[in-house]
Design a protein around this ligand. Structure first.
Ligand code: AMP
Length: 484
């Protein structure tokens, strides 16, 4: 096994890693660090949880140690762009942690907090600037920061940046960077648009891909529970009470949904808090800190808010709503089983989410063990790939019924920036959920359920008859994404 000292990182960095008890580099670190140290551009196909932050932060710190000089006023030497405030904050913390003996000057530029402090932080110049694109553009426009001396550019979670409509901002930022630079480009997925963007930004890049979907999934016990929509709240309370849940992250599709779950759990006597884009930065930080420190056991989050959450020791991820984009499922469950640990992912699937489940199973190339908790029926495992459904032409139902255009994805802006007509915080139509919660029978029996299939088809017919074809993506609509 490769150990960190074999990578030849400068002594102050190696010391910090030893203090952090990092002994073995993760695969992305083993593969990427030597190339980055050699000055190569890099495309890293890796998700959060793989150790990708250190994969770029460590060689960058090494670069700063090897070439020490003061950055010019209002300039930065390293620019890291990330889609959300939380992720940006985590990246900055990583630079501080790994660089505690290097002591680079750092600044964080994100929306939702006063700009003046950021202007001041940049006035003397910094080694490392971590930024969300919108706020950075504001600061560039007011000449508070200049990028013509950037030596290293990192684009983190490029696919998510594109999803969030940051492509124009990124282009505008990159236009101000010197052509002579090192560029490190990380993305969990590499759809065509991302490949195109990478081809424009990078020069003869090394490509490093780790396959955490399979690797992470191997260490995660995944289960799906079929449940009626209005039975989800009671089921969540039951899971939180009965499973040996430790630190648990619960995902909802919308911000409102997250708040509703908090309320419903409170009425069941379970304390939880929500983190999402409508909360102030202070609130988010407070909630995250208590989750990280173990004072808060259950955190409810939307996808975007959770994107930057870097908390180890999450034992359970619960998908209260299934994500309508299969990749998000992999991102979500990757929150548990971090850095080699094991974890449990439980997904609630109501009848309207069945198509999402099929997409997810296709992506992870495996059926997920399922139990049925619909109605008052006895729980029973289901065949994850229903024979009826396999015979349907690929995607024919779901593509029509669920507009899977990225424009309709749930989500929220990461930086509170209003440029280009993007709202700072968006939330679409709230989910309808009946007030009365059904009591859910406890899991006891097991058997094969084929009735579920008939049920599902009836419901589809009903949906078709009522013209329900919106895929229930309760997040902000396409208006906020201007380029897709
Ligand atoms: P990331 O994918 O960058 O979000 O990192 C995932 C988690 O793994 C973070 O909590 C890191 O602190 C941790 N981590 C990263 N690299 C290592 C390593 N080589 N050994 C142990 N933990 C690590």
């Amino acid at each position: 096994m490769t150990l960190f000292h074999r990578l030849g990182l400068a002594a102050p960095i190696a010391q910090a890693l030893a203090e952090e008890k990092y002994i073995t580099p993760t695969p992305i670190q083993t593969e990427a660090i030597p190339h980055v140290l050699a000055g190569r551009d890099l495309v890293g196909v890796a998700q959060t949880g793989t150790g990708k932050t250190a994969a770029f932060a460590l060689p960058i710190l090494h670069h700063l140690v090897s070439r020490r000089f003061r950055p010019e006023r209002r300039h930065c030497r390293v620019l890291v762009l990330s889609p959300t405030r939380e992720l940006s904050g985590q990246i900055l913390e990583s630079f501080k942690t790994y660089g505690r003996h290097v002591r680079p000057t750092v600044a964080l530029v994100i929306g939702g907090v006063p700009i003046n402090r950021q202007v001041r932080a940049l006035s003397n110049g910094v080694d490392v600037l971590v930024a969300t694109p919108g706020r950075l553009l504001d600061l560039m426009q007011s000449q508070a920061v200049k990028l013509d001396r950037v030596e290293v550019l990192v684009l983190d979670e490029a696919d998510r940046m594109l999803d969030m409509g940051f492509i124009h901002d990124i282009r505008a930022i990159v236009a101000k960077l010197p052509a002579e630079r090192q560029t490190l480009f990380f993305s969990a997925t590499m759809p065509d648009e991302i490949e195109k963007l990478a081809a424009k930004l990078l020069r003869d890049p090394i490509r490093v891909a780790v396959t955490p979907s399979a690797k992470t999934a191997d260490r995660i016990n995944q289960r799906v529970i079929h449940v009626d929509r209005n039975g989800k709240n009671a089921l969540l309370a039951e899971v939180l009470r009965d499973e040996a849940t430790g630190r648990t992250l619960v995902f909802t599709r919308t911000k409102r949904g997250a708040d509703r779950v908090v309320k419903s759990l409170a009425s069941a006597g379970i304390h939880a808090e929500a983190i999402h884009g409508n909360k102030s930065q202070n609130q988010r930080e407070r909630v995250l800190a208590s989750f990280r420190e173990g004072r808060l056991r259950t955190l409810i989050a939307t996808d975007i808010a959770a994107r930057g959450i870097d908390v180890d020791g999450i034992t359970h991820v619960v998908n209260f709503d299934l994500p309508n984009i299969a990749d998000s499922y992999v991102h979500r469950i990757g929150r548990t089983a971090r850095a080699g640990a094991e974890g449990i992912a439980i997904s609630f699937c109501d009848h309207e989410e069945r198509a999402y489940l099929r997409d997810i199973e296709k992506l992870i190339r495996a059926p997920i063990e399922a139990t049925d908790r619909r109605g008052n029926s006895q729980p029973r495992p289901q065949q994850a790939f229903q024979p009826h459904e396999q015979h349907r032409p690929h995607g024919s139902h779901q593509k029509k019924k669920h507009h899977r255009s990225r424009n309709h994805r749930g989500g929220e802006q990461g930086n509170g920036h209003h440029a280009h007509g993007r709202p700072a915080h968006g939330e679409g139509r709230p989910q309808t959920r009946s007030a009365g919660e059904q009591s859910v029978p406890r899991e006891s029996h097991r058997g094969t359920d084929l009735n579920g299939v008939a049920f599902l088809h009836r419901k589809r017919d009903h949906r078709a008859a009522h013209g329900r074809s919106d895929g229930r993506t309760d997040g902000p609509n396409g208006a906020r994404r201007h380029s897709r």
